[in-house]
Write a protein of this length. Structure first.
Length: 203
């Protein structure tokens, strides 16, 4: 599944792209209408790399056109975010699908639940992943490097529980879930950007 590559814009740059005032950008960020994250005392906005600052864009170029929300589309978006979280998390800690390695994967095919897995030997199979849940055992030496990913994973797990079919029937719940989904997406992208910057700095 192709992923949209994001870049970070300052509030001023985002205001230039959208042709609006910086204070409006800050208000939209606080309301969840723009995808971004507060780093220290300043906001940053996540924007697809294909958009340039050469000319003001319409709001729709950064804000995705709002499709009609349904329980099915919400679960699809949650699954896409799950794929992204697994990709970012596994890459950040250098996880590989090998025996003895811990990595993120779906608990089972077609399910929204993400879990840590660890390769183990089996009498009938050479190697199969063993589910560990979202809390790693205290004795695992790799536990520390997964700490930030676990925080994001717990937020994802909360959203997954909210996406229960019965809860999705509650009026306005989809709007609340969409806002939380955008916030978690911003947090995942901020983590990915931070890890990329750290790797560049180390090299």
């Amino acid at each position: 599944m192709p992923q949209t590559t994001m870049r970070l814009l300052s509030v001023v740059d985002a205001a230039t792209v959208l042709g609006i005032a910086p204070r409006t950008v800050r208000r939209w960020l606080q309301d969840g209408q723009l995808v971004g994250r507060k780093m220290g005392t300043s906001w940053v906005v996540f924007c697809p790399v294909e958009h340039t600052l050469s000319a003001p864009q319409t709001v729709g170029t950064i804000l995705p056109q709002r499709a009609q929300l349904t329980p099915t589309t919400m679960r699809q978006r949650l699954r896409q975010l799950g794929h992204r979280l697994m990709t970012v998390g596994n890459a950040a800690v250098g996880a590989h699908r090998a025996r003895g390695e811990v990595f993120l994967t779906w608990r089972r095919p077609g399910h929204l639940q993400i879990t840590f897995a660890m390769g183990r030997a089996s009498p009938t199979q050479r190697w199969v992943p063993r589910a560990l849940g979202i809390d790693l055992p205290f004795w695992l030496k790799e536990r520390q490097r997964w700490r930030q990913v676990q925080r994001l994973l717990r937020q994802y797990e909360q959203l997954r529980l909210w996406c229960h079919p019965r809860l999705l029937r509650i009026p306005q719940i989809l709007d609340v879930l969409e806002a939380e989904l955008c916030r978690l997406h911003a947090a995942v992208e901020a983590y990915a950007a931070h890890e990329m910057a750290q790797s560049v700095h180390q090299t």
